[in-house]
Design a protein around this ligand. Structure first.
Ligand code: NOJ
Length: 656
């Protein structure tokens, strides 16, 4: 039976509704006048008004008009699966699916399918293009996917196509202002009070989707182009990434949307070697100017410093150590030298054999570093050897970096988030998998849930992180991330800077808030980012929380949240009966009342509270903190105060 056997007499009208499993979310699909549309409503409130779907192919008329429906197919699924690590141990994947097989009624009679999945927590769909009678491959010139959202709804956005990739402060504007492309996840508060976030899942071999208003005032997919203006070169059959519209009644419910992971395939091989990691780094000392990446009198990555940091990891009970600036390429202006970086050649004062042996003897796992500066041609020439080199030194964690505003791929300047960039990140990930290497990607491609398939992709950056402190971050930033960037997966924010009053890198948070981040910003690789001396002596009381906090959770329960104002979340440890709470506020001080009913009924817990000290303020009194213990039960309430720019962290230790 050929692929074209379904090409019978197309229907010229089609109207179908698919309900989510609980019936509250409705997808409406229609074929009218030869065009194919969808809309989405929840509890009879329109979230996405009639929006067009189609694809433009180079040199041909777009697959948008003169369409007919050849057949449709429905199915349902309800399964629960276990994660290797993450914010929840078990995830339910429950949806109703509708696949609509479309064909042009005239001309070349080209074929494509739109497959929809309707979950209780949102709607997703993708285009599937089978081999066509006339061609086996094609060039996608554009994707015409509309998301027609009320233009008065409020969106939190960062600009696309900018030199610092995803590293911008969020702005909040009505949708009608989005005339320039913005990145996803794009979180929108609807006038009806519902929240949606538009994003994508399973981004492979395709430009990533940004969004912008079109002439019809609908948000429309703007797929990141290649340097020749095309969006993707693909072989058939080809499936686009899933287009995802997450939907929630309240903004805090948005933070536990699991559609991205559910829309990715399970891992195809054994990943039992993957393990989350807490690590320190020969790192922040460079940001505050004590040391340098470049060789010289203050070079950070020396054998001597590596020994000292390995000793510190052991003393402080931190499992991993990142070392940056160890290889040839950091001399002079490293941002310009990326075409010459050598990923196999340590600098003269860095003895890799000695250091890796010393780390091993002391039970410390090294985190390697590959700063490519986006010079992909130079990196890919060495990539396999570079991973082999690390693996042969027992290094099974690597932090690749892609600083620089564009990538150089096959001699062309390409966007990080173009098809060429996406394919590079994927080649690197697959090679890392081959050598059993786990990744913390900086300047990454955005998260689209592929860590379900590749659990060794432990974390990524992909937003403004702590390194922007010293002027470019305000306390509200980390009260926006949980509802925007973090919907796309974990982030290496590089938390735990206790030297908040440093003159070079003044941090716009209180010290207690640094602990909250370990709970409010999920990451399977968490850094204790400051220098070891800031975790000892007078700091050791606060440091205890960094030591205790888990990297993988059994479950996650958002307690309170308003975008840009505050976020409070409770998470249960995967390995014990303990719960943890993290809370952050913006520039406004706040007292929150925690309802402890999430704790196990009739059990006693010791609440170990790390909070802002009385009178703390991120601007002029950031070091005031208090650590206290209280006995609590699930019937209790706990009131905790947050300073302006402050926050708190609590461990609820079950008393056995
Ligand atoms: C930017 C990364 O985010 C940072 O962590 C790293 O230290 C520098 N690039 C140098 O690679």
């Amino acid at each position: 039976m050929g692929l074209f056997s379904w090409f019978k007499k197309p229907k010229l009208a089609y109207d179908q509704k698919i309900f989510s499993p609980n019936g509250r979310l409705v997808l409406h699909v229609q074929l009218k006048g030869g065009r194919f549309f969808y809309s989405v409503e929840k509890d009879q409130h329109l979230l996405i008004a009639e929006s067009a779907l189609g694809i433009a192919v180079r040199g041909e008329k777009p697959l948008l008009h003169d369409l007919g429906v050849v057949r449709d197919y429905e199915k349902s699924r309800d399964e629960t699966w276990e994660t290797e690590w993450g914010e929840a141990r078990r995830i339910r994947n429950n949806y109703h699916e509708l696949a609509v097989y479309l064909a042009e009624i005239n001309g070349k009679k080209r074929l494509f399918t739109v497959r929809f999945r309707v979950f209780d927590e949102g709607v997703s769909f993708r285009y599937e293009i089978p081999p066509q009678p006339e061609y086996q491959r094609l060039t996608i010139a554009d994707e015409i996917t509309e998301f027609r959202v009320d233009n008065n709804a409020l969106a939190w956005h960062i600009p696309a196509y900018q030199p610092d990739r995803y590293e911008y402060n969020y702005s909040q504007d009505p949708v009608y202002e989005l005339t320039h492309s913005v990145h996803t996840p794009l979180t929108i508060e609807m006038p009806s009070g519902y929240f949606i976030s538009i994003h994508e899942a399973a981004l492979y071999n395709y430009g990533s989707m940004t969004l912008r208003l079109n002439q019809n005032r609908a948000l429309m997919s703007d797929i990141t182009p290649l340097s020749d203006g095309m969006k993707a070169y693909v072989e058939l059959p080809f499936n686009t990434p899933w287009r995802v519209i997450m939907v929630a009644d309240t903004v805090k419910d948005l933070t536990i949307n699991r559609m991205l992971l559910n829309l990715n395939e399970p891992a195809r091989e054994d990943f039992s070697w993957v393990k989350p990691l807490k690590f320190m780094g020969i790192w922040w000392a460079m940001f505050v100017g004590e040391w340098t990446w470049a060789p010289g009198p203050r070079h950070g990555a020396t054998t001597k410093h590596a020994h000292e940091y390995i000793d510190a990891c052991k003393r402080l009970g931190i499992e991993g150590l990142l070392i940056e600036g160890w290889n040839d390429g950091w001399e002079g202006d490293w941002l310009q030298n990326g075409s010459k970086t050598n990923f196999l050649q340590p600098m003269h004062d860095f003895d890799m054999d000695d250091i890796s042996n010393y780390a091993k003897e002391n039970g410390v796992k090294l985190v390697g570093h590959h700063e490519t500066v986006g010079f992909i041609d130079n990196y890919e020439k060495q990539m396999e050897d570079a991973y082999k080199y690390y693996a042969s030194h027992g290094v099974h964690y690597v932090k690749p970096g892609y600083a620089g505003s564009m990538m150089t791929i096959r001699g062309r300047r390409e966007y990080h988030h173009s098809q060429a960039g996406v394919n590079h990140y994927q080649r690197a990930l697959e090679l890392a998998t081959k050598y059993h290497i786990m990744l913390d990607v900086h300047e990454p491609i955005k998260g689209t849930g592929i860590e379900r398939t590749f659990p060794n992709l432990l974390t990524r950056e992909g937003a403004r992180g702590q390194e922007y402190e010293g002027g470019a971050l305000s306390p509200s930033h980390t009260t926006i991330l949980p509802f925007t960037r973090l919907l796309a997966g974990g982030m290496d924010y590089t938390s735990g800077i206790f030297d908040v009053t440093n003159a070079t890198k003044r941090i716009a948070t209180t010290i207690a808030r640094q602990l909250a981040y370990y709970v409010t910003i999920y990451s399977a690789m968490q850094m204790a980012a400051d220098r070891p001396r800031f975790y000892e002596k007078e700091y050791s009381k606060m440091y205890q929380f960094i030591k205790d906090v888990p990297l993988s959770w059994d479950s996650t329960l958002p307690l309170l949240g308003r975008i840009g104002e505050y976020y409070v979340v409770a998470r249960k440890d995967r390995e014990s009966d303990d719960w943890y709470v993290g809370a952050v506020t913006n520039e406004t001080e706040r007292r929150v009342r925690l309802d402890l009913s999430f704790l196990e009924f009739d059990e006693d817990y010791e609440a170990q509270i790390y909070r802002d000290g009385d009178g703390a303020h991120y601007r002029d009194n950031p070091l005031a903190f208090a650590v206290e213990q209280k006995k609590v039960r699930s019937s209790d309430f706990l009131d905790v105060w947050m300073a302006p720019g402050g926050g708190f962290a609590i461990r609820f230790k079950k008393i056995q």
